[in-house]
Each structure stands twice: as structure tokens, then as C-alpha cells.
Write a protein that binds this ligand. Structure first.
Ligand code: AP5
Length: 532
């Protein structure tokens, strides 16, 4: 087989808990493509090991500049946080929002507060909304959506980020936001049992001067002066709370279906500071991740790619794979398709794999040798911490923690799926990661394809879940200019970025749309045309 498998185990170097492997292939236009693997670790002592220049079988390989550099091309500016908080009436949304605003400085948009302000100002909207609010039912979507849309379009939300509280409250509202491509980074739900909610609502008091939320029992006002001016909301009696609760329950499930991938449930039935500790750590993590996201590098059609670009993809793939493994995923697939990594476009052996030579193992011939030639650092990683092997059950050893299969592919008359399946069976619940697999049957030059058991094989191949996907999209029939990029980094949605020319020679990628599932070409075209 042309594929090589890499196993990592920590029997020797157990001081490297977060280690991982990452792969890149480098294609030199006049030489057969080579694949190299380098060991990287998220631990600070072990940054990317410098690869020395080396000479194998008469080929002098390029020398890599080992000086640490940041990405030279930054294209998407980091955006501020966008958060939605939801939960039943009195689950503590407003209370947590006060604390969130204090710590993160986001613009708090509470539809309940906006509506109450309209009601007390006696506006047309307020007059319309009043009867619905008093009945504990939802104010019509068009009123609330127009209000939220208006508020979100203001400058401060773009600069500081936003915290949406009480919106969306129906499937239609969630869809309105999706259509406007407004999506939070995280969707928080506060979970509180029904009987507690009623007690919280009935005892709630508001300070009309500061907007602060009190509770007669749990958070009494600090002074007599404040106490004297506190007011009770007109919808805070037991009967109305029950009806609000029922409305909430009727809609909650439908809304969750829109945000399931960024949903975080937090137990809201604890002291407010304890609840906030969880909210804070979740939001800090999301913020950190957002800040480390540097946008999509430009000049991706220039090959060979710069070290910065390689490093960018190392990091991006590594982080998403780690998130998937931390979530207990064990059958994973990385698909990364940019010119340099796409053997069909640039690789000498790749082009030989067409027509009469379709059955030939393609660009990966020799991968295993190349892995062995590589500089694996001076900490005895190879043979101890990392093993290079092949595909099959007999390769799986007890001390192995993780298996990385470098571009496993079928060839004519040589279907690797059975060996792969035997290997995953032997691996049990240990992660197996396929990098750029090609597991479809290849027809021979005669057009004959092995068909027996095909459905089962393809079904098995499909059981690997993408934890990372990156591909460039081109206008039909061309390979330049790049039209867009599609990216998916576990556990987030598929993101479609449009490539935009700026000044001559400068370009950037702008987020156009997101998708819960991998979009097909029609969906991508619709997004480009601005259709739903
Ligand atoms: P809205 O104002 O959003 O009401 P709600 O969703 O029912 O939520 P609440 O404000 O009652 O509760 P909360 O979760 O903020 O809890 P809080 O922190 O205050 O909406 C009101 C109405 O407007 C709706 O019924 C609807 O008619 C309309 N509306 C709003 N948005 C709409 C939309 N998108 N579409 C259509 N209609 C819309 O806490 C509650 C009490 O508990 C307080 O006293 C607090 O001190 C106490 N408390 C909080 N945390 C804790 C804790 N950890 N331990 C003990 N006590 C706590």
C-alpha cells in the first residue's frame, strides 16, 4: 500500500501529555512529491522541531528557516464576542447578563427590557406589545425582530460585541437571524427546575433607576432608599409566570435545533456567583479561541507555501482534532485541500495516475520512507514515542494511544478498507485519524471496478467524521482565481469565505455564510447570489 500509518504512544515520553502529530506534503514542481511529518506539541517547551536540511538519494531538500515567525498575512480581523443567553423565565438571564457585561463589556440587548421601555414610554410598539406581555405570551415576531435588527445594526455592537438576552424566542426568530447571517459564538442556556422559577419570579424586584435586579429573599436591596423605589414587573405573578413558562417550553426545542452545535447548558440552580463562574470560564475559553483565530491566510495559490502558511494549517488542524478527541470522538477524518496538498493539481505522480495508469498508487509512493528519513528531534521520539507502520490489525499495539493514517487510499484491485476496518476494530476506542483519505473504489483503465460488498465498504468509510475540512473553491473550469474557501473546524459549522480583491496584489477572505452540514455546490452558489 502506498499509505503509511503513524502510531503514537507515550510509554517512554510520558511528560508530553498534549502531543500530537501533524502532516504536510510538499510538492516540488520538478521532483516527485514528498511527504513529511513533523512532531509538534502544544506544550511550551516543545515547539515545532526545526527540520534540518537533509540529503536523501541525491535530492537536496530545501532548507527551512527555523526562525520563529508569525503569520505574515492577516486577513480577517478578530471580531468581538457574540453571545446568546436563554432560559426559562426567571432562570437568571438578566442577573448573569449584569455580571457578563461588567466582565466582558458586551452590549447587552434584552428584548424584555427593550419592550418594557417601549411600554412605559407609551410608544406605538409599546401599546401593541403590552397586551401580549401581560398575557405572558410572545409579542409578534415582526415587532421584536425589527427591534433587534435595529439594535444590532448600531455601531457599538460591532465594536464591543453583543449579548442577546431573550431573543430568539421562536424558531421563526432564530431563522430571521440566520437569514441575516447573524450567529453567536456561543449559545448559553440556564437550566433551573420549574418550582424554583416561580419562587424567583414572584419575589423579583427591579430598580427603575439603575436597572438592577433584586429578589426579596435572595438578593434584598442594599439600602432603605433603594428598597423604597423598587418596582414589581406586571408579569411577575404566579399565574402569568406559569403561562410564560409554558410558552418558553413550547419554543425551546425548536430554537435549540438552530444552535445545537454551539449550545452550552449551565446549571442555573446555584448561587449566582457560582453560576457566573461557569459562564465566565466558558466565555473566556470561547474568547481565547476567537482571538487565536487569525482568519484565512492569503496567497494560497502560490506554491510551495510559506512556512507561515504551513504553520497556520498545522495549528488549525491540530486544534480542531484535539477538540474532537477531547469530546470522545474516535473515528476522525481530516480533509485539507489546498494547491500544495492537492496531489491532483501539482504532483508529478498525481498526473501519472490518470487514464491508463489510474490504478497506480498515486502520490504517496515512498511516504513511509520519507517518514523514516525525517528528523524526529533529539528526544528519541521515533521508535519510542512514535512508530511508523502500515495499515492493519497487527500494527495495533497495546501501548498505542492514537493512530494517524496518512492519506489511506484504495487502488484498483487493492481495497484497503478491510485492513482499515480490522485496524479500527483492534484500536477499539482509541482515536484513529485519517488524513486526506481516498476510499472510493478506483476503476481500472478498462473501467472495471470491484463491486462486491461495495455498499458496506463505502458505509464504513463514511463512518469517519470530519474534524477538519479546508478546501479552496474555484470558478467552474478554472484553478485561478480562487473564488472562496470552505472551512470546518470541529465542533463548529462549515464556514464559507469569499475571496475579495483589495488593492492590487492584496486579497482577503470574508465570511459569507455558515452551514450546519457540508454545503453542496448549489448551496454555495446560492450563498454567493445572496439567496437563502
Ligand atoms: P423577559 O423580560 O425576557 O422575561 P423572561 O424571559 O420571562 O425572563 P425574566 O426577565 O423573567 O427572567 P431572567 O431569566 O432574566 O431572570 P432574572 O435574572 O431577572 O420578557 C418578558 C416578556 O417580553 C415576555 O414574556 C414576552 O411577552 C416579551 N418578549 C421578550 N422577548 C421576546 C421575544 N424575543 N419575542 C417575543 N416576545 C418577547 O432573575 C429572576 C429572579 O431570580 C430575580 O429576582 C433574581 O434576583 C433571582 N435570581 C437570579 N439568579 C438567581 C440565583 N442564581 N439564585 C437565586 N435567585 C436568583
Amino acid at each position: 500500500y502506498s499509505s503509511a500509518a503513524v502510531q503514537c504512544h507515550n510509554n517512554v515520553n510520558s511528560t508530553l501529555p498534549h502531543s500530537a502529530l501533524s502532516l504536510y506534503t510538499s510538492s516540488l514542481s520538478s521532483a516527485p512529491s514528498s511527504a513529511s511529518l513533523s512532531f509538534i506539541s502544544s506544550s511550551s517547551q516543545l515547539s515545532l522541531q526545526p527540520l534540518q536540511s537533509f540529503n536523501t538519494r541525491g535530492h537536496t531538500h530545501f532548507k527551512i528557516n527555523t526562525k520563529a515567525q508569525g503569520l505574515k498575512v492577516k486577513c480577517s480581523q478578530s471580531e468581538p464576542l457574540k453571545v446568546m443567553i436563554s432560559g426559562a423565565p426567571a432562570s437568571g438571564k438578566g442577573t448573569q447578563c449584569e455580571m457578563i457585561v461588567q466582565k466582558f463589556g458586551l452590549v447587552h440587548i434584552s428584548t424584555g427590557d427593550l419592550l418594557r421601555a417601549e411600554v412605559s414610554a407609551g410608544t406605538e410598539i409599546g401599546n401593541k406589545a403590552k397586551e401580549y406581555m401581560n398575557a405572558g405570551s410572545l409579542v409578534p415576531d415582526e415587532i421584536v425582530t425589527a427591534m433587534v435588527k435595529g439594535r444590532l445594526s448600531q455601531k457599538d455592537t460591532k465594536e464591543k460585541g453583543w449579548l442577546l438576552d431573550g431573543y430568539p424566542r421562536s424558531f421563526a426568530q432564530a431563522q430571521s437571524l440566520e437569514e441575516m447571517n447573524i450567529r453567536p459564538d456561543v449559545y448559553i442556556t440556564l437550566d433551573v427546575p420549574d418550582e424554583i422559577l416561580i419562587d424567583r419570579c414572584v419575589g423579583r424586584k427591579l430598580d427603575p433607576l439603575t436597572g438592577k435586579i433584586y429578589h426579596v429573599k435572595y438578593f434584598p436591596p442594599e439600602t432603605e432608599e433603594i428598597k423604597a423605589r423598587l418596582v414589581t414587573r406586571s408579569d411577575d405573578n404566579e399565574e402569568k409566570v406559569k403561562s410564560r413558562l409554558q410558552t418558553y417550553k413550547q419554543n425551546a426545542e425548536a430554537i435549540l435545533s438552530t444552535y445545537f452545535d454551539i449550545l452550552h447548558k449551565i446549571d442555573g440552580n446555584r448561587a449566582k456567583d457560582v453560576v457566573f463562574r461557569d459562564v465566565d470560564s466558558l466565555m473566556s475559553e470561547v474568547q481565547k479561541e476567537k482571538e487565536s483565530w487569525r482568519g484565512i491566510p492569503t496567497r494560497l495559490n502560490n506554491i510551495p507555501h510559506s512556512r507561515d502558511i504551513r504553520e497556520y494549517f498545522y495549528d488549525d488542524v491540530l486544534q480542531s482534532t484535539q477538540r474532537a478527541i477531547n469530546d470522545g470522538k474516535t473515528r476522525l477524518k481530516v480533509e485539507i485541500n489546498i494547491p500544495e496538498l492537492n496531489p491532483e493539481m501539482v504532483c508529478v505522480q498525481g498526473s501519472m495516475g490518470e487514464g491508463a495508469l489510474a490504478g497506480m498508487p498515486l502520490q504517496l509512493a515512498g511516504t513511509r520512507k520519507i517518514l523514516e528519513f525525517m528528523d524526529w528531534g533529539d528526544y528519541d521520539a521515533l521508535g519510542n514515542f512514535i512508530n511508523i507502520g502500515s495499515i492493519g490489525a497487527k500494527e495495533v499495539e497495546e501501548q498505542d494511544d492514537i493512530f494517524i493514517l496518512v492519506a489511506p487510499q484504495n487502488a484498483v484491485g487493492n481495497c484497503i478498507i478491510f485492513d482499515l476496518q480490522a485496524m479500527t476494530d483492534a484500536a477499539g476506542d482509541r482515536p484513529v485519524i485519517l488524513i486526506n483519505p481516498r476510499l472510493k473504489d478506483l476503476p481500472a483503465s478498462s473501467g472495471i471496478m470491484q463491486t462486491m460488498g461495495r455498499d458496506k465498504r463505502l458505509e464504513y468509510a463514511a463512518s469517519f467524521e470530519n474534524c477538519y475540512l479546508f478546501r479552496l473553491l474555484y470558478y467552474a473550469g478554472t484553478q485561478y482565481p480562487i473564488m472562496a474557501a470552505l472551512r470546518m473546524s470541529y465542533p463548529y459549522r462549515y464556514e464559507l469565505y469569499k475571496r475579495v480583491d483589495e488593492l492590487p496584489g492584496k486579497e482577503k477572505y470574508v465570511l459569507l455564510s455558515t452551514f450546519a452540514k457540508r454545503p453542496n455546490s448549489d448551496e454555495i452558489n446560492y450563498a454567493f447570489e445572496g439567496k437563502d
